[in-house]
Every structure is written in C-alpha cells, then in structure tokens.
Design a protein around this ligand. Structure first.
Ligand SMILES: *[C@@H]1O[C@H](CO)[C@@H](O)[C@H](O)[C@H]1NC(C)=O
Ligand SMILES: *[C@@H]1O[C@H](CO)[C@@H](O)[C@H](O)[C@H]1NC(C)=O
Ligand SMILES: *[C@@H]1O[C@H](CO)[C@@H](O)[C@H](O)[C@H]1NC(C)=O
Ligand SMILES: *[C@@H]1O[C@H](CO)[C@@H](O)[C@H](O)[C@H]1NC(C)=O
Ligand SMILES: *[C@@H]1O[C@H](CO)[C@@H](O)[C@H](O)[C@H]1NC(C)=O
Length: 543
C-alpha cells in the first residue's frame, strides 16, 4: 500500500508533515544519467510516468511476428522484470493479485519484432537495431529481430529509476539505436585458471547489460585443457588441472551456449595451436614435437608436430566435434607465439624441412601447418579467426579469415589495421583492450579513448574492421577477482564499439554516466569495482 501511495506525483507528498522527509531523502535520489552504452539517438523530456511493479506488463504487439511462447523474449521479460524492480521480494507472478491493481492504469511495454524467429542463434549478420518510444504512459519497442529487441529491453531497463521513496519512474523518451560494430567481444581465459560455470554465466549477464555480443572462450592453452571432449576424453582426463572438478562437461558447454543465446551473445571457442598446446600433449601422445638436446630427446615437448599426418587427422576429428558442439560460424584457431626452438632441435623436423625445400625458414613450416588447419576449418563450413602473427609471418591465408590484432600501442596497431584490411581481410582489434593489465587510477579512460578506425586506409578498408574485443587473460585472474577486474573497466570498450564516436569523445562527460551504470551493475549483483571516491545508493553487502 505504501508503494502505491508514494507513486503519486512527488508534489502531492510535499505537504507540511513530509517536507523534511522529502529533502532528507531527495539527497539520495537516483538520478537518471542515461544509458550505457550511449544510444545513437536519444531524446528525453522532464515529463515522467510512474511505473509500478503491480501493474507493469510486457506485451507482444499484435503485429509482431514473434508471439508469446518465443523462448528468447519470454525469458527476457522475466529477467527484465526483476532487473527493473530489483527490490521486489514477491515473485513476479503474484503481482497480478495485488489488491490495488484495479485502481492503477497498467504501464505496458509493447514489443514488436518484424522478422526472424526465436529458436536460432545470433550470428555475424544479426541485426540489433531497435526503436524505443516512451510516451503517454506506455512504451513501444520495435526491432527487426529478437536480438534487437533484447538490446532495446536493456535500454528500457536503464531508463527506469527510483526516487528516494523507492517509487519507480520513467521519463518520456525516444530512442533510435543500432551498433557501430557488429562484433563486440569479450575474451575469458579458462586455461590459466579454471572459471566455474556460474562465473561464466554471470559474466554473460553483465555482457548483455553492456550490449557486448560475442563471448570469445579461450578455453584451452598450455597450463590446462578443461574442455571435456567426446572423442578424446584423455585430453581433459590428463590435461585438466583436475579431471572431475576442473573441467567443462558437454552439459556445461551447452548451458553456457544457451545462456548466451538467450542474451543474444555468440560463443566463439578458441582452440589455439600449434603453440600454446602443452596441456594437449598429456592426453594425446605423439601430438607434440619431441625436443632434442644434442642427439637425444630431452623429454620435453614443443608445438604440435607439423610433420606427422596423425597431427592433422587428430585436429580434423577434434574440430569436427568442436563445430558440432559450438554452433557459431566462427572458430578461433589461435596461431600466436609459436616458438621454433624445439622444431629446430628435432632431426625429423629438420629432414622434413629439407624434403619440402623450406631451407631454414621455419615460418614456412608454420605456414604449412596453419594452412592445413584453416583448410580443415573451411571444410567444416567455419570462418577462421587467427591472431595477427599468422598474417604477419605468412604469405597466404584465405581471404575470408578474420585477423585479430593483439600487439602494440596506438601507432603500431593502426599500422596493422591498415595492412590487414589492405590485404582484404576482416580485422578485429583487441590490442588496446588487454584489460587484464591494470594501472592505478582510472585506467578505463585509455580504453575509452581508442579510435578503432583511426588508421590510413580507404572507406572499403574501414568497413573490414568488424569490431573488437576486451581480453581478460587469466594468469592472475580467477573467480575471486574476475568481476571487479572486468567491470566497469570493460564498459569503456563496450561503449566505444556500440556508440557513435563523435558523441562519446570525452571521458569527463562519460564519467557520471559510467558511475551511475556501475551502481546499477552492483544493484544487479555484479561486483563492479569503484571508479573513484563516492558511494552507491545500494552498496555491495558482502556474501
Ligand atoms: C526526468 O524527469 C525528471 C522530473 O520530471 C527530471 O528532473 C529529469 O531531469 C528528467 N531526466 C531526463 C534524463 O530527462
Ligand atoms: C492492433 O492493435 C491496434 C491498437 O492496439 C488496433 O488499432 C489494430 O486494429 C490492431 N491490429 C490488428 C491486426 O489486430
Ligand atoms: C555454412 O554456414 C553458413 C553460415 O553459417 C550457412 O548459412 C550454410 O547453410 C552452411 N552450409 C552448409 C553446407 O552447412
Ligand atoms: C588448402 O586448400 C587450398 C584450396 O582448396 C589448396 O589449394 C591447398 O593445397 C590446401 N592446403 C593444404 C596444405 O592442404
Ligand atoms: C590517430 O592517429 C594519429 C596518426 O597515427 C595519431 O597521431 C593519433 O594519436 C591517433 N589518435 C588516437 C586517439 O588514437
């Protein structure tokens, strides 16, 4: 009953008895500083409407091609109800029976989708644009696809704010929005430290709050092989930190993919080779190259052995499985940091080099390996992503391969963007967004100031930059510190990749909005670290 009364206009509460209370509480009023990431076009006014949980409803418009029963939107309506009304203890289903319901005009959010279905996966060509109109005490959200509708729901949820009495409001607002880049990724590394599935799911939740749409799962690497393979169970039995507790079962992987799908997030796995494969060797004998000390094997192993047929039949079978498990059309093949020392030491590799006429150019050997792996991937109807090393050191890689830039500071990566796109490849930028590196103070500002298209090249070249990725490498990161290290720092890149650059040039202008958004993340249970001195109306309460 209290909530109901307080939702009358603020003026009516301003009688003599209440006036002191109002001023006291008004200090704590959550202002609405806007949406993160900034929409392409937004206009709002001071006209505002009361939104009450008891009478709030999501509805499908009668013209929508998707209807009740749509898995993606039905689930999103449930989620967003809780996100919009975070302090509601009652189950949303019970709100229908509120006794004051007949007295209140319901506030409805009408959602209409004009094409597509609800059962597919988001893809490289998914359209995410939407229009949101809040006027005359109701809201209408229109999108081409369910993925666009999800982005609009997120924006809507960020428009709702509470006054000091806890009543919810939304201002009259018009939004027209679409992403600047189609690929807005976040990399998690589950090899250097194991991340429990729930921690991955929570990261996907936070990604959807910032409109990031690709989870790049760097699932295996030198230290451990937590992916539990159907065809090669020994890879994780022997290569994981622990074969039972530190693995991702097929069920775990399916959960991650479905959780991501429901939030419009693609899952792109990376199986990095031929380097970064020490853990693979434990469960797959003869895969790695034996290193030699003088004339005898030293007992250590190097990258995948590129001279053996069996290496390729193994990779083909593994990738066949991987592509049956991960539906995305992209597969990340890695290809970075291949150390030639071991190959050089091995007499069989040396005679293979001679036989192929490679001389002493081990890059040619690496190129042969990568070409084989890319061919395997193409045969499985997948687009390869490779780290920039593959482009830097090799003459031929297929035109449709996407090259991801990870090295260097501004002039260096701009030069790389220029050469990759000049060669006709699509490019992804991650070099300036290795946010596992931390610095005292507001280091999100560096991420924010990145200009992905600030390189010399034609318009055609600029179009080949499909987006970028925030990377959170795992040497010093596990479930204890992942969230605070990611959030809100990853928000800077998320806005750079979604929003119009001209409208978001100033970090000083962005700070209050990001500070607000960080409090919103806390309210949603994400342990986002503070940006500066200050407080949130609802602080993290510990566990
Ligand atoms: C929303 O409306 C309130 C009160 O009517 C006003 O104080 C506030 O500035 C408005 N916010 C925006 C973003 O327009
Ligand atoms: C859709 O709803 C609007 C009002 O909500 C109504 O005017 C219109 O006739 C409806 N269209 C159909 C096809 O039912
Ligand atoms: C190959 O992938 C594309 C894009 O994911 C898809 O549209 C097409 O149907 C696939 N082709 C085959 C033969 O599976
Ligand atoms: C990879 O595929 C291309 C095109 O089909 C072919 O020309 C090339 O020989 C293949 N490379 C290897 C190493 O099999
Ligand atoms: C844009 O590129 C120019 C030329 O490389 C460079 O001097 C400048 O610092 C770049 N600006 C940003 C914001 O990266």
């Amino acid at each position: 009953m209290l909530l109901c009364c307080l939702c009358k206009s603020r003026e009516s509460v301003l009688n003599k008895q209440h006036i002191w209370l109002f001023f006291f509480i008004a200090v704590n009023t959550v202002s609405v500083n806007g949406i993160w990431p900034m929409p392409q076009k937004i206009s709002s006014s001071i006209e505002r409407y009361c939104v009450k949980p008891q009478s709030f409803e999501f509805q499908y418009t009668n013209l929508s091609v998707v209807k009740p029963g749509c898995s993606v939107l039905d689930a999103a309506f449930k989620r967003y109800f809780k996100l919009i009304f975070p302090d509601l203890l009652k189950d949303p289903g019970e709100r229908q029976s509120g006794y004051d319901r007949p007295l209140v005009k319901p506030f409805t959010l009408q959602v209409g989708v004009s094409e597509g279905d609800c059962d597919g996966y988001p893809s490289e060509s998914s359209r995410e644009s939407y229009r949101l109109s809040v006027a005359s005490g109701q809201a209408v959200l229109r999108a081409e696809t369910v993925w666009g509708a999800l982005r609009g729901l997120e924006s809507f949820s960020q428009l709702v704010y509470q006054d000091g009495y806890g009543a919810h409001y939304i201002n009259k607002t018009e939004i027209e929005d679409f992403p600047r880049f189609a690929f807005r990724g976040l990399l998690l590394d589950t090899s250097r430290h194991y991340l429990p599935v729930n921690v991955i799911l929570e990261t996907l939740d936070a990604m959807s709050y910032t409109k990031l749409n690709v989870f790049h799962w760097h699932i295996v690497d030198d230290p451990s092989f937590p992916y539990q393979s159907k065809f090669f169970p020994d890879l994780s039995n022997k290569g994981a930190f622990h074969p039972m507790t530190h693995v991702y079962t097929q069920t775990d992987v399916r959960r991650v993919i479905e959780h991501a799908r429901l939030r419009g997030i693609r899952v792109v796995p990376e199986f990095d080779s031929p380097g970064h494969t020490q853990s693979w060797g434990k469960g797959q004998p003869d895969l790695l190259t034996p290193c030699y000390r003088g004339p005898v094997p030293s007992g250590t192993f190097g990258p995948v052995n590129p001279t053996l047929r069996s290496s390729y039949t193994f990779m083909a079978k593994l990738f066949k499985e991987v592509t049956s498990v991960f539906p995305d059309s992209f597969l990340h093949l890695g290809g970075d940091e291949v150390d030639f020392t071991c190959w050089k030491s091995n007499p069989d590799v040396r005679s293979f080099m001679k036989q192929k006429g490679f001389g002493t150019d081990f890059y040619k050997l690496e190129a042969l390996y990568v070409e084989n792996i890319v061919n395997i991937t193409s045969a499985l109807n997948r687009t390869s992503i490779v780290w920039q090393d593959v482009f830097d050191y090799h003459e031929k890689i297929p035109k449709d391969a996407v090259v991801e830039i990870w090295k260097g500071l501004p002039p260096a990566y701009a030069q790389e963007l220029s050469s990759i796109t000049k060669a006709g490849h699509r490019a992804l930028l991650s070099a300036p967004w290795y946010i596992n590196h931390i610095r005292y103070g507001q280091d999100w500002r560096d991420s924010y100031m990145v200009k992905p298209l600030n390189f010399s090249g034609t318009e055609e070249q600029k179009k080949l930059v499909i987006g970028g990725e925030v990377c959170m490498w795992g040497e010093y990161v596990d479930a204890t510190n992942l969230s605070p290290r990611l959030w809100p720092r990853a928000c800077a890149a998320a806005e750079r990749l979604w929003s119009d650059e001209e409208q978001t040039l100033s970090t000083d202008a962005a700070l209050p909005r990001l500070t607000d958004f960080r409090c919103r993340l806390l309210r949603r249970g994400i342990r986002a670290e503070p940006l500066d001195v200050g407080y949130c109306p609802h602080e993290f309460q510990g566990v």
